[in-house]
Write a protein that binds this ligand. Structure first.
Ligand SMILES: *Cc1c(COP(=O)(O)O)cnc(C)c1O
Length: 384
């Protein structure tokens, strides 16, 4: 199999599995207890917290473990808005957020919050000027993702953060697609809250973290025993946290090498694919993470292409994994100006460190022949 869907999820690294294993068996204790096996669990958890903090330049106390990227986003957005609802009811976000942010904002709309969705233009990037204009004296939260999951574009988080800071508005970024892929430092990015997910960086599924800047108070939305500073009640997923910690440690160590490797692979991939007639890259390539490439093939259905690739042992995606089961056009591709037909002709390839040049060559070759095959049967292509 050639796996090129790393934006959907990544395999768990062997070293991560090994680090987790003792926390299912030997150190199974409840970290809230004071006897030895509980203390050992707690120790594993706290060491993991240090590693996560270290990866993003945060203080240990600023890391809250969650049950994944989705929960981190919910915790940040609901936490800030419910806590500050007396100060205002306005949230600024973008048109290309992950459903974990977009749907949370839509939920809050039902309770009287007003949302501004910033446009991203054909480049797939928000404009800082638009953000400045959108701010009102009712704005209590800005939430803009760091890297888009479908097209890989990098948003001007640091500049947005500067503006938010000056205005005293809490600023959250969903960094699930950037942590472990490009340098991420909470101070350089000027963020107050940052979401990350373990399974997008070679850790296990069902665990993540939320960075919460020291001094910022959130309203909890899960109530119970008060774990994770009262923000995530429930007995901790210790093994998962340890796994995320290990994945964070490895991500930090391998970041530079991975970035170089992925940039080389992507250059080759993009060159090979764009050599096919009537193929375009979605999003502005100069501001994109190294591993992501989203192409649109004129006259083709992305779904059919994915199936042909699958038949050749290649795992790739149309739009985002979450929306590929629905017939609706991807909101991200719509936001960059694609019509429904072009949007359905898009294919996302997301590379990972274990991909090789040989695999890229093979994928280019299979896509080339698949596209030819599909276009022979395509009424859109043949009636151009
Ligand atoms: C995958 C993803 C999420 C959700 O993370 P889970 O851990 O799967 O809940 C949120 N935001 C972005 C940008 C993602 O790519």
């Amino acid at each position: 199999m050639i796996y090129m869907d790393h934006a959907a999820t990544t395999p768990v690294k062997e070293e991560v599995v090994e680090a987790m294993e003792p926390y299912f068996t030997k150190y199974f204790g409840n970290p809230s207890t004071i006897y030895k096996v509980g203390r050992e669990a707690k120790k594993g958890m706290e060491e993991a917290r240090e590693k996560v903090a270290d990866l993003i330049g945060a203080k240990v106390d600023e890391i809250i473990f969650t049950n994944g990227g989705t929960e981190s986003d919910n915790m940040a957005i609901k936490g800030v808005t419910l806590r500050n609802k007396d100060k205002g009811n306005h949230i600024i976000t973008s048109q290309i957020e992950h459903p974990a942010v977009a749907e949370t904002c839509a939920f809050l709309e039902k309770f009287g919050f007003e949302i501004t969705y910033l446009p991203v233009y054909s480049e797939g990037i928000v404009k800082v000027e638009d953000l400045k204009e959108a701010i009102t004296d009712k704005t209590i939260l800005i939430t803009i993702m760091h890297v888009n999951s479908e097209i890989g574009t990098i948003q001007p988080i640091s500049e947005i953060g500067k503006i938010a800071k000056k205005k005293g508005i809490a600023f959250h970024t969903d960094a699930v697609q950037s942590v472990g892929k490009i340098p991420v430092n909470v101070n350089d990015l000027n963020v107050d809250l940052l979401s990350m997910s373990s399974h997008k960086l070679y850790g296990p599924k069902g665990v993540g973290a939320l960075y919460v800047r020291e001094g910022l108070r959130l309203e909890p939305f899960i109530h119970g025993g008060g774990q994770e500073k009262n923000l995530n009640s429930g007995t901790e997923n210790v093994a998962g946290m340890v796994g995320l910690g290990k994945a964070a440690e490895l991500a930090k160590r391998e970041l530079d090498n991975n970035m170089k490797h992925l940039s080389n692979l992507k250059e080759k991939l993009v060159k090979g694919i764009l050599a096919i007639e009537e193929v375009y890259l979605n999003g502005y390539i100069e501001k994109m993470v190294p591993g992501t490439a989203n192409f649109r093939f004129i006259g083709i259905e992305g779904e059919s292409l994915v199936l042909l690739l699958d038949g050749n042992g290649i795992a790739a995606a149309t739009g985002s994994a979450c929306s590929s089961k629905k017939l609706k056009a991807s909101p991200v591709l719509k936001a960059i100006g694609l019509d429904v037909v072009d949007s359905h002709g898009s294919l996302r390839l997301t590379l990972g460190p274990e991909n090789t040049e040989k695999e890229v060559e093979k994928v280019i070759e299979v896509i080339k022949t698949s596209v030819e095959k599909l276009r022979l049967m395509s009424p859109i292509w043949n009636s151009r």
